[in-house]
Design a protein. Structure first.
Length: 96
């Protein structure tokens, strides 16, 4: 079980301020995570290749093929503010 001091130490390293209630909750949640990791480490994973997905995923995106775009003039005509063949947008704030 992860105790309060360990949670507070990790919170300090992460520069987090946690309330007493959050420290108690994190103690329980982090302990549960470590328990799950311990169970996984007990499994025989010999010959199992590392994966980024639990199931095999292939070709999840459409093919990147060129295709015609919408007519430029039609898009500019429907824009709220266009000028010189492009979209006009507000200048960025100097404080952004």
């Amino acid at each position: 079980m992860i105790d309060r001091d360990q949670v507070l130490h990790v919170a300090r390293l992460a520069r987090l301020r946690l309330s007493d209630q959050e420290v108690d909750r994190m103690s329980v949640e982090l302990s549960q995570i470590l328990d799950h990791i311990e169970k996984i480490s007990e499994l025989d994973l010999e010959g199992v290749e590392p994966t980024s997905h639990v199931i095999h995923v292939e070709n999840v995106l459409r093919a990147d093929e060129p295709r015609p775009s919408w007519p430029r003039e039609e898009m500019l005509d429907s824009a709220p503010d266009s000028a010189e063949g492009g979209f006009r947008v507000p200048s960025p704030s100097p404080h952004a």
